[in-house]
Design a protein around this ligand. Sequence first.
Ligand SMILES: O=P(O)(O)OC[C@H]1O[C@H](O[C@H]2O[C@H](CO)[C@@H](O)[C@H](O)[C@H]2O)[C@H](O)[C@@H](O)[C@@H]1O
Ligand SMILES: O=c1ccn([C@@H]2O[C@H](COP(=O)(O)OP(=O)(O)O)[C@@H](O)[C@H]2O)c(=O)[nH]1
Length: 466
Amino acid sequence: MSRLVVISNRVPMPEKNGTAPAGGLAVALQAALEERGGVWMGWSGKSSGTKEPAPLALTERGNITYALTDLTSTDVEEYYHGFANRVLWPICHYRLDLAEYGRKEMAGYFRVNRFFAHRVAPLIQEDDVLWIHDYHLIPLAAELRQMGFKNKIGFFLHIPWPPADVLFAMPVHEEIMRGLTHYDVVGFQTDHDLENFRGCLVREGFGNAVGEGLYSSHGRTFKGGFYSIGIETAAFAEFAKRAASTTMVRKARQSLEGRDLIIGVDRLDYSKGITQRIDAYESLVSHNPAYQGKVTYLQITPKSRSEVPEYEAMQRTVAEQAGRVNGALGTVDWVPIRYINRSIGRPVLAGLYRLAKVGLVTPLRDGMNLVAKEFVAAQDPEDPGVLVLSRFAGAARELNGALLVNPYDIEGTGHAIARALTMGKEERIQRWRGMMDHLLVHDVKRWCDDFLVDLTSEGDHAALAT
Ligand SMILES: O=P(O)(O)OC[C@H]1O[C@H](O[C@H]2O[C@H](CO)[C@@H](O)[C@H](O)[C@H]2O)[C@H](O)[C@@H](O)[C@@H]1O
Ligand SMILES: O=c1ccn([C@@H]2O[C@H](COP(=O)(O)OP(=O)(O)O)[C@@H](O)[C@H]2O)c(=O)[nH]1
């Protein structure tokens, strides 16, 4: 079997205390690489200031070699905060109104991709298979091809791919589309994302669908597919069962004093629909006094990308909103919303999911959303909680036992929370069982295997070029 070289912007070096940063990409890739070993190259998350970054730092941990590079402060600003998170992220999440397009940032994005190519090049061996992840690194294959690399190179996009009318509002959409054609396999989270990509490619004459999932463009042929990312389902379920008896989770249970727990866990990101969700909860509780003092909503929301103005603003908005609801509805012995603005380790999260009667996962748009899958995996089979899930999360294409909601419909979401809180055990078990069976089969290993089978067995697409 060829050696696997994974390249992603975010690389979670296992810290001394074993905690990884919040974010589904890091969590999933860690699981996938632990399984088969290989090299994982990416950004250290640190800036070298105005100095040229030091050579790649190589660290062996088990069967994984981590290869990390710092970036200059200008690179972090232009490539990560600038183009990746203020242009590609909002565009791919259908938020044209938030995209801040600047030529300096665009140039920084392409420059850092070239820098990544030069940094990783000395590590690449002839029969290595390269798997590049996410919107930060779309042009990387083109850079490597230009340097003469003929290896199989796959790309997986963790976030949604928008329809042509949204994508083409971005001035450099042609360069981005062309960048994707240098891969051998381009993978998306869902069939909807793949359909949108196909529309972008074919409608605007960038390329053609040539059958059997193959596309031709700019003299190359590549496969386009969808591969829905999973979690380590069985291990997470076991984890949650054990977590239920830890001190932290026991304390949480005691503090509820018999109230039903509703839980939300999201990075502080406008795509996650947190403000709409708080509105929905407020609408439910204020219109139904029977719930007052009987439910507790715990929202765990670690800070994310705080240097980006839209994220910084959200920190204030959500904190004020939670404070306002608590001020308006709280009583001397009841706090309606418990709001935590920092990261919680996954072992504790697992126990909290299991404790909860309702999992609220209501993004306005999300590539997949691993929290939805973790919530399901963590439930007690004899008495499972109910998942309230946005129809706009990639996970909604698979988790059909959830109560699907439109997160823009505040009252509708409130009604779904009420339905979840009152659902009988038999229906809860039936809904949960179907989702759990699906997640046990479609776990992170299956995702990884499916993608790599397509990448390594697709033949030489370049030679098939039309
Ligand atoms: O690296 P950050 O800027 O701190 O952001 C964290 C990650 O956010 C995004 O995660 C996505 O990937 C998940 C796993 O496939 C998926 O479930 C979720 O819907 C996506 O939002 C981003 O795509 C990653 O690159 C970031 O590392
Ligand atoms: O305080 C937190 C919040 C989230 N997470 C983890 O971060 C990931 C979030 O992934 P998801 O796909 O839901 O969203 P993303 O943040 O990648 O957009 C999940 O594995 C969570 O368990 C965590 O470890 N601690």
